[in-house]
Ligand binder design. Structure first.
Ligand code: GLA
Length: 382
């Protein structure tokens, strides 16, 4: 579900009748197939950019101001590029922070007036904030830095401007996405390669539990601190080089909660490699077991699932046609990702929602998503 460029252009044209040249940029969200809470441990992840996206239509200005109007509620926010204030706890923070760190990295940032729209659900664990940061970067700069550097700039917005110590997976998925593949990313070397998905036979269904995930509530940072404490106790830079044997040496001498977190990370890295190989071999039985193991580990060891996410996964795997299901993203609410036989996808989506409502009293939503290309320009500005 992409935003039609015509609609954005018309919305901007209505506000800027004299605009000479309208630019349009977009950035995809992402669904992580497997490899959760591994990125900030210098581990492995297998995300896929998706066709739910943020898009901006804009005209350049020479007054050093950035003014954006939201398509969904008409709210208009802005700031001066010469005087970027500390974050205020509003959506415009992502825009201002991106401008700040782009400029700090030496990029030529220009003023603009624009309209911004999104088809990505907010706070659902589909990287809506990374998509916003990177769409904004493409609007603010005629030539933004290359993908990995741009991802790192967007990560600084989260880490240094907003105080969320997130990893680099979301931003990399948004800047590297491919319409035909998932991305196997090594978050230590920052090397990556595309992994083909059996999309001729399987569809990707994302089920939104309707319980928003708020990362700012510190549980995410707490998980990261626990992982870092275990790495430090082992004398390692990160959990990337930790092994079950090393963790066993700490047992009885170290915080058992932190050790459970580390146990998840060590096993999850292996699952990523196994899952990439199984997807490439079309071995969906193995993919299904790996998704199930990942979900159980996130629920029991990393403790970031929720009753709603557990219900969505339990319901999905009980249905014929569902090959694999697990929570996706940081957890604490948000979405599940499901690989479903194409021919069964409509029935499966409806059945999951029906049963979810019956079990939890909540209404969820289903999105069928396709892999999408990286962020970039649809129509150049002046
Ligand atoms: C959020 C963060 C990512 C990653 C995931 C969990 O999406 O932004 O960096 O840590 O959670 O895998």
């Amino acid at each position: 579900m992409t935003l039609a460029p015509d609609r954005l252009r018309q919305e901007l044209r209505a506000r800027e009748p004299d605009a000479a040249q309208i630019g349009i940029v977009r950035a995809p969200g992402r669904v992580n197939l497997i490899g959760e809470h591994t990125d900030y441990n210098q581990g492995l992840a297998l995300p896929c950019a998706i066709d739910l996206e943020v898009a901006i239509a804009f005209v350049r200005t020479d007054d050093r101001r950035v003014e954006l109007t939201r398509l969904d509620n008409g709210e208009r926010c802005g700031f001066n590029l010469a005087k970027i204030e500390p974050a205020r706890g509003e959506w415009i923070d992502y825009v201002a922070g991106t401008a700040r760190y782009l400029a700090a990295a030496g990029a030529a940032v220009e003023g603009l007036r624009g309209v911004i729209g999104t088809t990505l659900p907010d706070s659902a664990g589909l990287a809506s904030s990374a998509a916003l940061e990177i769409a904004v970067a493409w609007a603010l700069c005629a030539a933004p830095p290359p993908p990995v550097q741009l991802a790192e700039i967007a990560q600084r917005v989260e880490n240094d401007y907003l105080g969320l110590r997130s990893g680099l997976m979301d931003q990399l998925a948004v800047t590297l996405g491919r319409r035909d593949a998932a991305l196997l990313i090594d978050c230590r070397s920052l090397e990556w390669r595309p992994v083909a998905l059996p999309l001729d036979r399987y569809a990707i269904l994302v089920c939104d539990s309707g319980t928003p995930r708020r990362l700012g509530d510190s549980r995410y940072n707490q998980r990261r601190a626990e992982c870092e404490a275990v790495a430090a106790a082992l004398g390692l830079d990160s959990l990337r080089d930790a092994t079950p044997a090393l963790l066993a040496e700490l047992r009885g001498r170290f915080d058992p909660v932190a050790l459970r977190r580390a146990e998840h990370v060590v096993a999850e890295n292996h699952r990523v490699l196994d899952c990439a190989a199984a997807l490439e071999a079309g071995d969906m039985k193995t993919v299904g077991s790996l998704f199930a193991a990942s979900h159980a580990s996130l629920r029991d060891l990393f403790e970031v699932s929720s009753p709603e996410l557990d219900a969505l996964v339990e319901i999905a795997v009980s249905l014929p046609g569902v090959a694999a299901a697990r929570l996706t993203g940081a957890g604490f609410g948000g979405c599940t990702v499901n690989l479903v036989e194409r021919s069964a996808r409509s029935e499966v989506g409806e059945a999951i929602m029906r049963e979810y409502q019956a079990r939890t009293g909540r209404s969820g939503r289903v999105f069928e998503v396709e892999p999408a290309d990286a962020a970039g320009v649809l129509e150049p500005g002046s």
